[in-house]
Design a protein around this ligand. Sequence first.
Ligand SMILES: *Cc1c(COP(=O)(O)O)cnc(C)c1O
Length: 431
Amino acid sequence: MAVLNITDEEKVKIKNAEPLLWLNAAFKKTITPSVTPSRKELFAAEARLARFAPLLARLFPELESFNGLIESPLLASQNTNKDKPHLYYKADHQLPVAGSIKARGGIHEVLHFAESLAVKNGIINEQNFDYKTLAEPPARDVFERYTIAVGSTGNLGLSIGIMANALGFNAVVHMSSDAKEWKKERLRKRGVTVIEHTADYGAAVAAGRAESDADPFSYFVDDENSSHLFMGYAVAALRLRAQLDDQGIEVNSEHPLFVYLPAGVGGAPGGITFGLKSLFGEDVHCFFAEPVQAPCMLLGMAGTQNSHPIHVKEMGLSINTDADGLAVGTASQWVCDATRHLLSGVYTATDQALYQSLLALKENEKIEVEPSAAIACLGPQFLTSEKGQVYLAKHNLADKLDKSTHIAWLTGGSFVPQEEYQNYLDIARRT
Ligand SMILES: *Cc1c(COP(=O)(O)O)cnc(C)c1O
C-alpha cells in the first residue's frame, strides 16, 4: 500500500468506520507559492464573475436584487454566548441558482468556457464588452452548437446543468448511483439530459469523460482535475472576508478563525481553503469533514505529493452514506497536491451523528440543510476533543479559543423538497 501519514491506531479507526480527528503532518502555517495555484488566478476568477454579473441578473430573476452576484449570507449562531467561541454559519445551502456550494465552482467553469467561446468567435472584444449580449442570437447560436458534460453525485450536475442550459448549451449530466431522484427530476424539467449510472461517482465521471472526449463539440467539466472549478470555489474567501469586515469580526493572531468544510472529491473545500489561506495566512485553520465510510480526502491528504490517492475500498469501506454530496471513493490528486500543506486536519463522522446535527440545526437555529452540510457543525466538538487539544497546543491557540471565530460551512439544502427533508428529520428522530 502507498505511504500514508496515519498512525496504526488511526488506521484501525478508519477501517472500523469509527469517527476520528486526523491532524495533517504536512500542514505548514503559511502558503508555499511554488506548490499552490497563484493568487492571480483567484482574482481573475472574481473579476470574471463580476463581468458576468449583469448577464446573470438578466438570466435569473432571483439574482436581480443581488446585481447578478451569487452569494450566501454569513449567519451568527443563535446559541453563541459569551463563554463559548463565536459560531457562524456560511449559508451556502441558500446559494441562489444551484442551492449548494457547487454554484461557486460549477457556474464559474461554465462561464469561463462561454467567455472563451465568445472571445474566439469575436462576439466579445474591445468594442463590445457588454456581457448581456451573450443572451442574444450571435452568442446563443454559437453556444447551441456545444455540449457541456459533467459527472456528478447530484449537486455539481445541478449547478452545471442549470447554468449551461440557461446560456443555451446542450447540457448532459452523468449521475452516479448516489444521486437523489429529485435532483435528476429538477434537471430533466429544465431540459438537461440526465444519464443514470448504476456505479459510483468515480465511474460516472469516467463514463462522462470518455463520452465527451469523443465529441469535439463537447466540453467536459472534470471535477477531479479542474482549476476553473477550484478558483470559482476560492472566490468564496474574498466574499467571506468582506462579510467578516461588515460584521466587525476580527481575524488576526489574537483572534484565530477556524473553518469546517464538508469534503467530497476536494475541489470545493480545497478551493476555499486555498482562498482563505491566501487572505488570512496562519490566522485561519481549515478542517475538512467526511463520512466514516468515505474519508477519501483524509486518505488523499495523508498520501505523498505526486502520488495517486488511494480508494476508500482499500480500507475496507463502502462509500455508503446518506451524505450524497460526500459519497466519493477517491480524492482529486490535483487538489491534494495543491492544498496538502494548507489543511490543518480532517474529521470523520457517522451518518447517525450527521443526522443528529441536521436535527439540532433545525431545532436550535431553524436552518434546514441536507445531510452532507450538517457534518460541518461537528467541527467545534472535534477541535475541543483530546486530539483537537493537541493541535491547539502545538499552534499556541489554547488560550485564544475564547477570542476565536468558528465557521461551519453549510454546503447545501435549500432545494431539497419538503417531503424529503421531513424524511431526514424522521430518520434523525429515530436514530
Ligand atoms: C459537492 C459537495 C461537497 C463537497 O465538495 P467537493 O468538491 O466534492 O469536495 C460538500 N457538500 C455538498 C452539499 C456538496 O454537494
